[in-house]
Design a binder for this molecule. Structure first.
Ligand code: LLP
Length: 430
């Protein structure tokens, strides 16, 4: 469910015409519906209402501070993977005691920053990281809350790039070793062993892998409690999928019911790290058609958004629905939608049956709220898109379009190169 719909021929977001935003803010622009974001968060969070839990939104999916703020106001926490995400979460007003820190490569400065801030816990991914956190905490005279991220070796049946809970993946500590890791961690004086965590992958469309992972974690939890280690938090990560095309993922309430049922014999506080399921369908990317062209093989629709704005199609061959912002009566065509980047992999759709787009039309790339803007870059020196949050019949620019001067922020020409540029033209050979 989302709040992008047509009134007559016009696409609206909530009570605001999308074309009005594009006219005022320009394109490419990410547009998010506040109502959808809040509803999605509530649906997810309420689904676990029967058990103690914290919903820590995965900032990597969408880290705009206005978006984080929406979930924080609803009582949510934040799942972070870097000092940068911690900074954003704090600027958005998060309660640090609702922050969990995952990721295989935490730097010492990042660990210190998180300790100073007083986050709930680090999801630790290796023996060496345990030692590093213990040492940092000792230096700062703090106690670090930790959970070990266990790799439960279950197949999430998703795209290989976003599957994280298999033995071959770099994430976590495998189940067999994790008991030993807890026993080792118990000897570290500056660690408070609070929890067990896992995250098996993203865009999962079945419940069973989550339950398999939970079962493995439960066995470990029991063994640890028997050994006198007081595990209070079970962090099941994120990963619930959404409908991009014709996928039929479980509704958050089905997912929650299955987890609550499978965990009814254990008592602890649950942590969830949903990203995509909250924001994915709450945002679109709006682009303008620059040109249309065709050769013997194909038709192309060239738009002003490229792989630097939305990399998912290029990187994962992922499908995003494409719609007209203003429906036309033109004949349907089969075409590739491509961006301005100098790479053949720069596309938003391939061999897609589409309404007949013409130069100057606005195009909406649907389901772009998750891993859209956050994965965008300045490749080809393209300023990053603006972001807009719609609230009813009003909208707010929550990130202004980047300006050219921001592209070279921090860059410097060393003095030795500052002399006059050569003005003599080399003789041209003709
Ligand atoms: N927790 C951890 C530790 C994660 O690594 C992730 C995602 C999440 C939570 C949130 O997962 P979600 O609920 O959004 O599935 N760029 C890819 C997705 C990468 C996901 C990485 N980790 C994409 O565009 O599909």
């Amino acid at each position: 469910m989302h709040d992008f719909h047509y009134q007559g021929r016009e696409m609206w977001c909530e009570e605001t015409p999308v074309a009005e935003i594009a006219a005022a803010v320009g394109t490419p622009v990410y547009i998010y519906s506040h109502r959808t974001l809040r509803n999605h968060f509530r649906v997810f969070d309420d689904a676990f209402g029967a058990v103690p839990h914290i919903t820590c939104f995965a900032a990597k999916a969408n880290s705009n501070i206005a978006i984080l703020r929406i979930f924080i106001r609803e009582g949510g926490g934040v799942d972070i993977v870097s000092g940068g995400e911690l900074y954003r979460a704090l600027r958005a007003g998060v309660d640090p005691r609702k922050v969990v820190y995952s990721g295989v490569g935490k730097r010492v400065e990042e660990i210190e920053y998180a300790l100073e801030t007083g986050i709930l816990m680090f999801n630790v991914e290796s023996f060496q990281e345990l030692e590093a956190i213990d040492a940092c905490a000792g230096r700062l005279k703090k106690k670090a809350g930790v959970a070990l991220r266990v790799n439960p070796d279950v197949d999430p049946e998703t795209h290989p790039y976003i599957s994280t809970g298999l033995k071959e993946n770099k994430f976590g500590i495998n189940v067999e070793e994790s008991r030993q890791a807890y026993l080792q961690a118990r000897r570290c004086r500056n660690l408070d062993l609070k929890g067990i965590s896992c995250h098996i992958g993203s865009q999962l469309t079945k419940i069973s892998p989550f339950i398999d992972a939970l079962d493995r974690l439960k066995d470990l939890l029991r063994a640890l409690r028997t050994a006198g280690i007081d595990i209070r938090y079970l962090d099941l990560g994120g990963g619930l999928g959404i409908t991009y095309k014709d996928e039929t993922p479980p509704h958050p309430s089905e997912y929650a019911d299955a987890i609550i049922e499978a965990a009814r014999d254990i008592s602890c506080t649950f942590i969830f790290e949903p990203g995509r399921v909250i924001v994915g369908n709450a945002g679109i990317l709006v682009a303008t058609v620059l040109y249309t062209k065709e050769n013997e093989e194909k038709r192309f629709i060239v738009v002003d958004a490229g792989m630097n704005d939305l990399v998912r199609p290029s990187l994962y061959q992922s499908y995003h629905h494409i719609q007209q912002v203003r429906k036309s009566r033109r004949r349907e065509i089969v075409a590739d939608v491509v961006g301005p980047i100098c790479e053949s992999g720069d596309y938003l759709a391939r061999e897609r049956r589409l309404p007949g787009f013409a130069r100057g039309d606005l195009m909406a790339v649907m389901s772009a709220g998750a891993y859209g803007f956050t994965m965008s870059s300045n490749y080809n020196s393209r300023p990053r898109a603006a972001e807009v949050l719609v609230m009813g019949d009003r909208y707010h620019v929550i990130r202004k379009r980047e300006e050219l001067r921001e592209l070279i922020r921090g860059e410097k020409i060393p003095d030795v190169l500052k002399g006059k540029a050569k003005t003599i033209l080399r003789r041209a050979y003709v």
